[in-house]
Design a protein around this ligand. Structure first.
Ligand code: SAM
Ligand code: DTB
Ligand code: SF4
Length: 325
């Protein structure tokens, strides 16, 4: 096996003159992906707020006073209705997010989660869940219920992580990722930038992601979305080109991963988002809400895709099926 790329080499890529960085990223992108397509996922919060972890960026942590109204786990009927809407709106994957440190290990809520996965899968959607830490049994149950992707982010470098989360460790995250892989689910794992981390922390995140073998199939790059009440301050020096460089570098470091230009798009112009796409981002959340914060309106996203001449990877047949159930 090839030795994973090291931080100092990632730094060299990151600092290349932008035309050279973009050229290299685009070359890698074409080699491993259909560069004229865009993967579309719809995100839905199915259990909101009241989380016992203290992630300093997160409006759903019970440790901070934020404008989020906590909601219990939705019932599976409600979730399936939203999944049908997502399908009709052109999503290929339905991602269900829960503000838990880890999901229940048994009981009604657990059975309901598994039922949701089965029902969403039956609609013909790819199923993604992000529910916090999993043990081996939970990972295996989710896989058997039809979960294709499990999202569990490393967020930043191991060093910065310690300063933004104290209630769990980097190693806890790595353990869950192992269980996800072992169960046979695909790994969706990325991070957040613009939280006041150094450039070295961004390279550190990419170094850790590159150590995961095989590389995560899906890599969300989020820009920190500041919600009033969370302790982290937005990094005012953060520029759209930081996002572009981060995505281009990620594209080169993780050539086969699908990279999602994830949270924070409402702060980016159409042109900045286009540069991120040219840098190798090939997945977006479609829908006017992320978990608790706004996302771009779907109509403007479809207009952007049309302007760029990009095709969604969603099969047109599944959209038709949802429109005429
Ligand atoms: N509780 C589960 C967990 O932490 O894995 C799943 C839900 S959690 C909200 C999913 C991811 O959302 C986090 O890992 C983090 O990367 C991202 N996230 C949370 N708050 C964010 C914010 N304010 N800005 C950008 N990304 C954020
Ligand atoms: C990921 O990396 N980004 C999504 C998804 N995984 C679950 C979450 C973004 C959350 C942004 C803040 C919010 O809407 O609460
Ligand atoms: Fe909880 Fe996940 Fe938010 Fe951390 S990121 S506080 S684990 S919901």
């Amino acid at each position: 096996m090839q030795k994973p790329i090291q931080k100092r080499d990632i730094a060299k890529l990151y600092h290349l003159p932008l035309p050279e960085l973009m050229y290299r990223a685009a070359t890698v992108h074409r080699k491993h992906h259909d560069h004229n397509t865009m993967q579309l996922s719809r995100l839905q919060s199915i259990k909101t707020g009241g989380c016992r972890e203290d992630c300093k960026y997160c409006p759903q942590s019970a440790h901070y006073k934020t404008p989020i109204t906590p909601e219990r786990l939705w019932d599976s009927e409600n979730i399936t209705q939203q999944a049908k809407k997502a399908l009709a709106a052109g999503a290929e994957r339905f991602c269900m997010g829960a503000a838990w440190s880890s999901p229940p290990k048994q009981g009604k809520a657990y059975e309901s989660l598994l039922e949701c996965a089965r029902k969403v899968k039956e609609l013909g959607l790819e199923v993604c869940m992000t529910l916090g830490m999993l043990d081996e049994q939970q990972a295996s149950d989710l896989k058997n219920a039809g979960v294709d992707y499990y999202n569990h982010n490393l967020d930043s470098s191991p060093e910065f992580y310690k300063t933004i989360i104290t209630t769990r460790s980097y190693n806890d995250r790595l353990q869950t990722l192992k269980h996800v892989r072992k169960a046979g689910m695909k790994v969706c794992c990325g991070g957040i930038i613009g939280m006041g981390e150094t450039l070295e922390d961004r390279w550190g995140l990419l170094e850790e992601l590159a150590k995961l073998q095989p590389h995560p199939e899906s890599v969300p790059i989020n820009r920190f979305v500041k919600v009033p009440g969370v302790p982290l301050q937005k990094d005012d020096s953060f520029e759209p080109l930081d996002m572009v460089r981060m995505i281009a570098t990620t594209r080169i470091v993780l050539p086969t991963s699908v990279i999602r230009l994830s949270a924070g798009r409402t702060d980016l112009s159409k042109e900045a988002q286009s540069l991120c796409i040219l840098a190798g981002a090939n997945s977006l959340f479609i829908g006017d809400k992320l978990l608790t914060t706004p996302n771009n309106a779907p109509a403007s996203d479809f207009a952007l895709l049309a302007d760029l001449g990009l095709r969604p990877t969603t099969k047109p047949s599944s959209i038709r099926q949802a429109a005429n159930p």
